[in-house]
Design a protein around this ligand. Structure first.
Ligand code: PEP
Ligand code: MN
Length: 641
């Protein structure tokens, strides 16, 4: 049962309520949402629902219809993000766990770990206790294997995930690993589930070979009911009549599970297919289906693997798969970040500094509110744990970063349908700050309104003026609608909500609809589905980890034939790809222009200093905006050995 608390409930009343419920032997969980706070009450409901509704501080009592309670979306409407060390599963960035089936020997394991880390894996897998179908097969190295996993973490920074096959291994798990896997064969080993619930580590719960989704969720419920809500579900294929693959990958489980539970779900295409050549297609499909990540078996010499060699990818195949996922991720609103772990380490340092410094700086500032696209860009670039400062204007972000009250700032700079956001280019000219990073988001717009609203009844639309332009064709079909400008998309949704008027709607992303409990009246109303916005990360001194392969410049040239050509010749002669060239009028100097140039090269590198010198010599005004790693929707960074 869910108790929705009244907004006026006092802390004292809330504690009293929880005490009353606990005294009746209920399991009590408080869930604080953006809009309301609810208390999940789990146990046999013995009284009429009106009794609970009459308790002081309770606004509404709703029975949970499903047999699983703690894992259900009804109890916890927002998706849960599960942390394994610095890695967050269930958020805006894909998490790929990779490694061998079993830990075989130290050198081999470290080699595989280095390879998968280089290709963008953020966690390492490897079994030390292998549940094998035959008692004569390799059973794993036991504690020796766990020690090797510990070494992997120390050397590469990859958190390690390994399977626990018996409650007796609990102490070893606590000592050596970052997350515990419950294998398919043990999904209904209830004593093991209870034990996993008690050891306080995140649990990766695989789906049983022949388990229904409901049975699987009931197994997750066992872990949560022991007080551990750090559970990640893993679809790994089920047994069917089909002999061509080892199992049948049930990808439908991804959207089904997403609807039924708040827990994240990842997919294991290795055990699902059993065949190397089938792994990458299924991995790509899993991400397209909305999975939060993947767990993939990789081996440097699969032919010699002691278990599951035929389904293990070669490191090169894994690298290629990751490049594909890098491109697919933004299409489904996610990001694969090659600098994930290095960035996380850096942000942790900034956070720690912030808490001890005399004048603490927030790690990052953005203009907008939660649910806006810029907020999503922050989450995709920095992850969910970074304390962000929400600003009410672009200039405020520049000011904060300039005064070093925020180390980084995130701003939209360009949209693929409507072009540059000139206000930010102008601010980049005005302030002496550098572009340190870039992130590209696919922008999907929805018409969002009240539950009882109909498209025909709409009269007024709120959103950012840029967004109106991105949805021009759709809006032209409704010429009578009154368009009202708002500072950002999420703010427009909150205004519509506050106004309680079913003739009003907002245009925003689906996250804003979810956050404010509003309804999507029409999905995907942007002019083209290839609608991307490029956000840049600005900073005064901060640099970001990773290869720099793009540079942004602003310059003007003298008023004589060939002067622009002379600057472009520098790029041509050095085989540098020009990816953007835009001219903008110079304020107060009619018919004179500034050129905004992006090129694919690192000009911050000492070895390329001559490029800057040559360009300075050929221009009248020259501003180096920064060198950084280009964001997704472009190709990933070249492999760095
Ligand atoms: C494994 O991950 O190596 C494994 C044994 O998986 P499953 O339990 O899904 O068969
Ligand atoms: Mn395996």
């Amino acid at each position: 049962m869910i108790l929705v608390l009244s907004l006026s409930i006092t802390q004292e009343e809330k504690e009293k309520l929880k005490e009353t419920l606990r005294s009746e032997d209920y399991l009590v969980r408080e869930i604080i949402g953006v809009e309301e706070t609810i208390i999940g009450v789990v146990g046999k409901i013995r009284r009429d629902i009106s009794y609970y509704e009459a308790l002081p501080g309770v606004a509404k009592a709703i029975p949970i219809s499903k047999p699983y309670k703690l894992v259900s979306r009804e109890l916890h409407p927002a998706p849960s993000i599960i942390k394994i060390g610095d890695v967050a599963i269930g958020g805006d960035r894909l998490v790929v766990i990779a490694g061998p089936c079993g830990v075989e020997d130290r050198q081999r394991t470290l080699d595989i770990a280095r390879a998968v880390r280089r290709s963008g894996a953020v966690l390492f897998r490897g079994g030390a206790f292998k549940p094998r179908t035959s008692p004569y097969s390799f059973q794993g190295l036991g504690e020796e294997g766990l020690k090797i996993l510990q070494e992997v973490r120390e050397e590469t920074g990859l958190g390690v995930v390994t399977e626990m096959t018996a409650p007796g291994q609990a102490d070893l798990m606590v000592k050596y690993v970052d997350a515990v896997q419950i294998g398919a064969r043990n999904m209904q080993n209830f004593e093991l589930l209870k034990c996993a619930g008690r050891i306080g580590k995140p649990v990766l719960l695989k789906r049983g070979l022949s388990a229904t989704i409901e049975e699987w969720l009931m197994s997750a419920e066992y872990i949560l009911s022991e007080g551990n809500d750090q559970v990640i579900l893993c679809e790994r294929g089920i047994r069917t009549f089909e002999p061509y693959t080892r199992n049948t990958l049930d990808l439908t489980a991804v959207p089904v599970v997403k609807k039924l539970t708040h827990l994240p779900i990842i997919v294991d295409p290795s055990h699902a297919t059993g065949l190397r050549e089938k792994v990458s297609p299924m991995a790509r499909a899993a991400i397209a289906a909305g999975a939060d990540g993947l767990i993939i078996e990789v081996h440097t010499e699969p032919d010699k693997a002691l278990s599951d060699g035929p389904q293990s990818l070669y490191p090169d195949q894994f690298e290629q798969l990751m490049r594909d996922l890098y491109v697919i991720a933004p299409v489904v609103g996610k990001q694969l970040d090659y600098t994930y772990l290095d960035k996380a380490m850096m942000m942790r340092r900034l956070r720690d500094q912030g808490s001890t410094a005399e004048t603490p700086a927030v790690p990052a500032a953005y203009s907008g509110v939660p649910g806006s696209f810029t907020h999503k860009a922050c989450l995709q670039f920095f992850g969910p744990d970074v304390p962000f400062r929400a600003c009410s204007s672009f200039r405020e972000v520049f000011d904060l970063v300039d005064r070093e009250e925020a180390t980084f700032g995130i701003l939209p700079l360009e949209n693929s349908l409507t072009g540059s956001i000139h206000e930010n280019y102008d601010l980049l000219l005005e302030y002496d700050l550098k572009i340190a990073g870039e992130v590209t988001l696919r922008i999907k717009h929805n018409l969002i309104g009240h539950e009882n609203a109909t498209l025909n009844g709409i009269q007024r639309i709120y959103s950012h003026p840029q967004i109106f332009r991105q949805c021009k064709e759709f809006l032209e079909q409704h010429p009578a609608w009154d368009l009202v400008a708002c500072q950002d998309t999420a703010t427009s949704v909150s205004r519509v909500k506050e106004n309680h008027d079913p003739t009003e709607a907002a245009i925003a992303g689906d996250e804003a609809a979810r956050l404010y409990g509003m309804v999507v009246l029409k999905e995907g109303i942007e002019m083209s589905p290839r609608n991307f916005t490029r956000f840049v990360v600005i900073s005064k001194k901060g640099t970001l980890p990773g290869l720099k392969n793009k540079t942004s410049l602003i310059y003007s040239v003298s008023d004589r034939p060939g002067s622009l050509f002379e600057t472009l010749r520098v790029f041509a002669e050095h085989h540098i790809n020009l990816v953007k060239l835009e001219s903008r009028p110079i304020h107060d100097r009619p018919w004179e222009y500034l050129f905004y140039v992006d090129v694919e090269v690192d000009m911050s590198d000492e070895s390329n200093r001559h490029l800057l010198d040559q360009l300075r010599a050929k221009t009248e005004y020259f501003k180096f905006l920064g060198s950084y790693q280009k964001g997704a929707a472009a190709l990933p960074a070249a492999r760095k050995e």
